[in-house]
Write a protein that binds this ligand. Structure first.
Ligand SMILES: Cc1cc2nc3c(=O)[nH]c(=O)nc-3n(C[C@H](O)[C@H](O)[C@H](O)COP(=O)(O)OP(=O)(O)OC[C@H]3O[C@@H](n4cnc5c(N)ncnc54)[C@H](O)[C@@H]3O)c2cc1C
Length: 426
């Protein structure tokens, strides 16, 4: 769909690079406060993006920036938890049974439609958006930062702002241009994925949960299956590059070879057909030295990105947007803002919780905890809360002291739970 192009403005209050969830959320919040907001987006929307499973914490953030109604109108597949399968055994976490207050359900969304609805909502709130135009350069300045924009015809112009938010996702525009990029402490991994007509007719399959499968033999290889409301689903496999390369001659055969190796997925998807080419993303984990600088701040994936497991990406993207936007407003009103203590430190606290869970997933502590058959309900609720996105709720002991508590929990359930002790597949 072609969008009407915004007039070629050269001055704005807030320039936002990228119209994904973090850019749209910040744009909507700021435009509602009466600020002039101009979003620059490299592609034409709707555009494909991976990352379809949201967390209930997202609903709070969508509400805060006034985009909840726009998203609700999408009629997306309700999601109430995460199901796990390993060596023929199943378990599930229900987000409605959780430690922290807040919504217990969310959606599984086709991102092309979801992201489009969010940016349309931001436009309705008063933001202007320039599609098919990329940001190529940045001039840092505490009061008048500026961007060089280049359209698809190669025409370039300057856009001067009073503040710049980088929401460019994997583009990581400002961290590259300002030298803030740094390697993630997480291992580099690779994902292969596609969308399918899933044709699942198993009566025990719960479309209201993401299904996460662990490879029966290869540690560190896992799968996602995210059903949508229209009979389609997103399916993917994650592992080291070497592990995935070894499974076939091309990405499509590698993905389907891995799916056939996991009994539950192989059975559920026996009649599935792909509706798009197999995609590949690798080396996506990334970090930055700082999430802010003179006249700018980094949102969502343009700052730190961890890992797809547990679907924290859009939640962190929206969290960063609703944290940054009020600070931008205050700064433009003349208040002094300490971006370190008011933005970076609190945002990173929740990201650190997710990082600890990601590390515990790959080193085997979390699968042990999740598959343990004898977990006290209160512990289950604490795990559920973090997996539902409430990673900033320090009342939860698994947030306040993630590593120590996860270590202790993993020790208390012992070595790898024997599949025989778990609930067998129905
Ligand atoms: C394999 C995989 C699976 C994932 N699964 C999930 C999941 O299930 N749930 C979840 O929450 N997250 C998931 N994620 C993460 C999720 O995709 C991202 O965290 C999320 O999209 C980040 O949102 P964002 O707004 O920061 O950036 P994006 O959504 O990436 O949006 C950035 C926008 O900026 C634009 N842009 C880039 N460069 C420029 C430029 N130079 N000029 C102008 N515009 C530019 C891009 O075109 C894009 O539209 C997954 C990630 C991976 C790698």
């Amino acid at each position: 769909m072609d969008k009407p192009q915004a007039e070629q403005i050269t001055h704005t209050d807030v320039a936002i690079i990228g119209a994904g969830p973090s850019g749209a959320a910040a744009a909507a919040w700021l435009a509602r406060k009466g600020l002039r907001v101009h979003v620059i987006e490299r592609t034409l929307f709707p555009r494909f993006s991976i990352g379809e499973s949201l967390l209930p914490q997202c609903m709070v953030h969508l509400n805060e920036c006034g985009l909840l109604d726009a998203a609700t109108a999408g009629g997306f597949q309700v999601k109430n938890g995460a199901a796990f399968t390993w060596r023929g055994c199943d378990t599930a976490i229900d987000f409605r049974e959780k430690f922290s207050p807040g919504p217990g359900t969310t959606w599984q969304v086709e991102r092309a439609d979801f992201d489009n609805r969010l940016i349309e909502g931001a436009i309705a709130a008063g933001a202007s958006v320039e599609f098919d135009t990329r940001v190529e350069d940045f001039h840092a300045d505490p009061l008048k930062p500026s961007l060089t924009l280049v359209d698809t015809h190669g025409n370039s112009r300057q856009l001067e702002a009073r503040f710049v938010l980088d929401a460019s996702g994997y583009g990581r525009v400002l961290s590259r241009l300002t030298g803030l990029s740094k390697a993630s402490t997480l291992e580099s991994r690779c994902a292969l994925f596609t969308h399918i007509e899933d044709r699942i007719d198993c009566p025990n399959y719960d479309r209201e949960k993401i299904l996460i499968g662990l490879h029966p033999e290869q540690a560190g290889v896992w799968y996602w299956l995210i059903p949508f409301s229209n009979g389609r689903a997103s399916v993917g496999v994650v592992g080291s590059r070497d592990a995935l390369q070894a499974a076939g001659a091309d990405d499509e055969s590698r993905l389907w070879s891995f799916i056939r190796q996991e009994p539950r997925l192989a059975s559920l998807l026996s009649r599935a057909t792909p509706v798009r080419d197999t995609g590949r993303l690798e080396g996506y984990s990334a970090d930055v030295e700082r999430l802010h600088g003179p006249g700018f701040a980094l949102l969502g994936n343009a700052g730190e990105f961890l890992d797809p497991v547990f679907s924290s990406g859009v939640t962190i993207a929206l969290d960063s947007a609703v944290r940054a936007a009020p600070l931008v407003q205050r700064q433009l009103q003349g208040d002094s803002v300490d971006w370190d203590s008011e933005f970076e430190q609190p945002l990173r606290r929740g990201v650190a919780t997710f990082r600890e869970f990601v590390e515990a997933w790959y080193d085997g502590r979390l699968p042990r905890i999740i598959f343990s058959p004898n977990q006290p309900p209160r512990i289950r609720e604490m795990v559920s809360s973090v997996l539902a996105g409430y990673a900033w709720d320090t009342a939860n002991p698994l947030v306040a002291a993630s590593k120590r508590r996860l270590d202790a929990l993993a020790d208390s359930v012992g070595e790898a739970a024997e599949p025989a002790l778990l609930t067998p597949n129905a």
